[in-house]
Unconditional design. Sequence first.
Length: 185
Amino acid sequence: GRNFTWIQAIGIRFADHRLLVGAKRTVKWSNRVDRLEIGLDDETIDLPAKLDARWESAAVAGLTITRTATTNGIRVQLKGVFDIMASVVPVTEKDSRIHNYGVTEDDCLAHLDIGFKFHDLTDDVHGVLGQTYRSDYINKLRVSASMPVMGGITSYVSSDIFSTDCAVARFGRRTSISMVASSDS
């Protein structure tokens, strides 16, 4: 089975940079409307709505973002560090019914369907998502619960998607990647 996590935005800190990938809020879902929010160091990245459109960072060598669909799909790569596939998708009527989200025809919840591949990641990773990449990770979720929740809010809550003020933050080494997921963008 698959474990579901609804992520509206993800902030990734590396070196002195901050990368944001998010799903914009939407009232009515349409696959023709791009709901992606992308930014680097507080600057919005405008990626043409064209399959395989590509953006290369002038500030970060090896950082590229490529459209995997004309709307709502991207691949973010930092050469030798990470490869992220992200798509903005709606919460389906079935998901809403199962989890009691209350999604109606006039109200839609959009989130990121996201996959990560990290190159040369150590077991020093932490965080709600990061810990799942450790070689000694054991899933302690009760997956039979209607809405399983990982981690305690007191350990992972932070004041901002890029803040390092959560109780278990491990920021500091310039070579490390730090990741915080947020339900708000």
